[in-house]
Write a protein that binds this ligand. Structure first.
Ligand code: SF4
Length: 131
């Protein structure tokens, strides 16, 4: 049995989970809801995470843009994804929810902006869209 914390909600239940010696029966203890049981099984068989990070921005009101994967990707691909993202540069304006990379690493998950980032014109003026 392996011990770890469920990260799906702020309760942070302490889980004990693992397969019985028959290799098929899966047992979970410490979860306060069924989501925790499903999380435990995924965590022990094919762990996944939503990746949250930033991308370099050129010509924006901030030097970086906050991004995240639109879904979960295999935990084993996180470092490869971070390396690919570290090579990216975006040119604002960017809107929250805009897709920055389609199908990141071929995992079927997009990388999306989690914030707006306005462009800055030469001389430091903001690129303001007229109403
Ligand atoms: S087991 Fe359920 S209640 Fe406990 S942390 Fe996970 S999601 Fe939250």
């Amino acid at each position: 049995m392996k011990e770890f914390v469920c990260i799906l909600c702020p309760n942070g239940c302490r889980l004990r989970a693992g397969f019985e010696p028959d290799g098929e029966t899966f047992r979970v203890e410490g979860n306060s809801c069924p989501r925790g049981a499903a999380f435990a099984r995924t965590e022990l068989t094919a762990p996944v995470r939503t990746l949250t990070t930033t991308v370099r921005a050129v010509g924006g009101e901030r030097p970086v843009l906050a991004v995240r994967t639109a879904g979960e990707i295999p935990r084993a691909k996180l470092m490869e994804a971070m390396e690919a993202i570290s090579r990216l540069t975006v040119r604002p304006p960017v809107r929250r929810g805009e897709v920055i990379v389609h199908n990141l690493l071929g995992a079927g998950i997009d990388l999306i902006a989690t914030d707006d980032l306005a462009a800055v014109l030469q001389g430091g003026l903001k690129d303001v869209t007229p109403l």
